[in-house]
Write a protein that binds this ligand. Structure first.
Ligand SMILES: [Zn+2]
Length: 369
């Protein structure tokens, strides 16, 4: 028995379930991977694709050494990797086997693996597209349907991975449903989402769910090893990541410590209702991070009032400013404000179509006059 996806942190139970399905060669032809954003669902989907295409005996898949395993290990997987690879290929005048996909966001790591990512705006990176709940375009999915209805080109099986599957509209979901209902015997589809409620019940009933949980704090920290950033930034972002290395990286990318510092300055000034241009500029587009920082700071303020020592605060480097805030009118409402920030986070995660405005977030703070 091989150790399935050893390079992906955590998810022992999910790996165990998939490993057993692989060994019995009973992997359902359409699967739904559900769980928090950024915990490693796509990486597990990639490992599963490898196991499905591997040429070794079922109990040895993925063997890591057959030609398909080796080809897939070396293949580009993300849009960025694919763009780099395409540029390299063009340089060498090489032709991609199986035809290059029509859309930038449809990555074809090998001729028999297709990964569909949400469409991006010009210059937008993957995290930003995912954060604004980007869509999977109808044409992208048409290409995926065709891909799944065709015979494999050079391996035993074709696999399509739909990243952020909740970005499909109803028409696309219905079109895919037809493919799932009469799947070609050589085709597998893996839908990946952190918002399963956005999928049609008919689609969900067709796709057995594999549920991913958050990672343990140790696994997040281990996954972040090697990420750029000072030790404090790593520690704070890992603690606020809710078990998701992807989210921790988002926080780091958005400059969590600077953003927190801007909020501290505003709080220490008594939270003037018309927050300054500088604060707005620092927080705009980073509403989720701002809500996390505000919640963390107000919990610290409440802790100061409860007599917790400065060096035990989450944000101990702002201990003096937070002590001043704790002694003022904001301090008496610290827990209520932390609750508001927490509620804002829930609203953001539940319904991204209504972006949380900074005004709404910050309005909870100033003391009533
Ligand atoms: Zn293999």
């Amino acid at each position: 028995m091989v150790n399935f996806a050893p390079d992906v942190r955590g998810h022992a139970r999910v790996k165990d379930v998939l490993q057993r399905l692989i060994e019995r060669d009973r992997v359902p032809q359409s699967l739904l991977f559900v769980g928090p954003d950024g915990v490693g669902k796509r990486l597990i989907a990639r490992a599963l694709a490898q196991a499905l295409q591997c040429e070794a005996l079922p109990e040895q898949r993925p063997c890591g050494s057959c030609r398909h395993c080796r080809q897939l290990s070396a293949a580009p997987f993300t849009v960025e990797e694919a763009q780099q690879r395409r540029a390299d290929l063009e340089k060498r005048q090489a032709i991609e086997k199986g035809g290059a996909p029509e859309f930038d966001e449809n990555v074809r790591p090998t001729s028999d693996l297709l990964v569909v990512y949400p469409s991006r705006k010009k210059g937008e990176d993957a995290a930003a597209a995912s954060a604004r709940r980007a869509v999977l375009k109808v044409d992208q999915l048409r290409e995926a349907s065709t891909f799944l209805q065709e015979a494999p080109f050079e391996s035993r099986r074709r696999v399509a991975i739909l990243a952020d599957a909740h970005g499909m509209n109803v028409a696309s979901q219905n079109a895919l449903l037809k493919v799932f209902e009469e799947p070609r015997s050589t085709s597998w589809a893996i839908l990946v989402t952190h918002q399963p409620e956005a999928l049609l019940p008919t689609v969900r009933s067709r796709c057995p769910e594999i549920v991913f949980g958050p990672l343990a704090a140790d696994d997040v920290a281990a996954a972040l090893e090697g990420a750029v950033g000072d030790a404090e930034l790593l520690r704070r972002c890992a603690a606020l990541s809710e078990g998701s290395p992807g989210r921790a990286l988002d926080l780091m990318r958005e400059g969590f410590l600077e953003l927190e510092e801007a909020l501290v300055g505003w709080l220490a000034a008594g939270a003037p209702a018309g927050a300054g241009l500088e604060l707005r500029a620092a927080l705009t587009g980073k509403e989720r991070t701002a809500a996390l920082a505000l919640r963390s700071l107000m919990r610290d303020v409440a802790a100061v009032r409860a007599g917790v020592a400065a060096d035990a605060l989450r944000s101990s480097r702002h201990a003096a400013a937070l002590a001043a805030v704790a002694a003022g009118p904001i301090g008496t409402r610290a827990l209520a404000i932390a609750e508001s920030a927490a509620a804002a986070l829930v609203a953001l995660d539940a319904n991204a179509n209504i972006p949380l405005t900074l005004d709404a977030l910050l309005a909870a703070v100033p003391p009533p006059r």
